[in-house]
Design a protein around this ligand. Structure first.
Ligand SMILES: [Zn+2]
Length: 213
């Protein structure tokens, strides 16, 4: 398994500093379970943060401090691939949220080969799973806010590239995309968003709103 799409350094630093909310933390932690490269980045960031906090005098952080941490991360060696997990194995901490593996999830059939499983909502931030049959997609949409999508099984493709197990896509309001599941096995993603999705099709928008996208 080669992971090509990772969270940006700033997102990983926020996670390491405990500044991401629960839905975002779940997506990032699940990516980390699959990605030794990002685990190393977070470990470096935590070590750097700890060194700053352990100083006995207050440290005034400047823009240069962030750059310094980032430059240290750039030199971190890349770890070897993690041991492969079965395609429907849910890594921790997702497994605890599900109370089991991906094949035990009770899905709600939306329409057109798309299945949905809400996990939780905290304020405006929501966490959910989407399962797509091969060749199916959730329709053109943009976002009011930020959306993170982590591919757990199968793969999908949109205008920005191809995403397979372990790949994480970060989408912002300026991106209009239509992810479609690749041929082969079903595609399952873990997603979080801090605002509702904005669908181009009114019918899909209605379905999406009905099911809480
Ligand atoms: Zn990664």
């Amino acid at each position: 398994m080669t992971i090509l799409h990772h969270p940006g350094d700033e997102l990983l630093l926020s996670y390491a500093a405990g500044a991401t909310d629960e839905a975002m933390s779940l997506v990032l932690a699940t990516h980390l379970a699959l990605c030794p490269q990002c685990r190393r980045t977070v470990a470096e960031a935590e070590a750097a943060g700890g060194a700053i906090l352990e100083g006995d005098r207050p440290v005034l952080l400047s823009d240069g401090a962030l750059q310094s941490v980032l430059s240290r991360l750039d030199t971190a060696p890349t770890a070897k691939s993690a041991a492969p997990l079965g395609a429907f194995t849910a890594p921790e901490p997702l497994r605890s949220y599900l109370g089991g593996d991906l094949d035990s999830v009770k899905w709600t059939n939306l329409a057109g080969g798309i299945y949905f499983k809400p996990l939780f909502q905290r304020g405006k931030s929501r966490s959910y799973l989407i399962r797509s049959k091969a060749g199916c997609g959730v329709g053109w949409h943009t976002h009011h806010g930020e959306e993170l999508t982590l591919c757990l099984a199968g793969g999908y493709t949109d205008e920005t590239g191809q995403y397979a197990r372990g790949d994480l896509q970060s989408t912002t309001p300026d991106i209009l995309h239509r992810p479609v599941a690749d041929e082969g096995e079903d595609c399952i993603v873990l997603a979080m968003s801090d605002a509702r999705l904005k669908f181009s099709s009114p019918i899909v928008a209605l379905i999406g709103r009905w099911f809480g996208f």
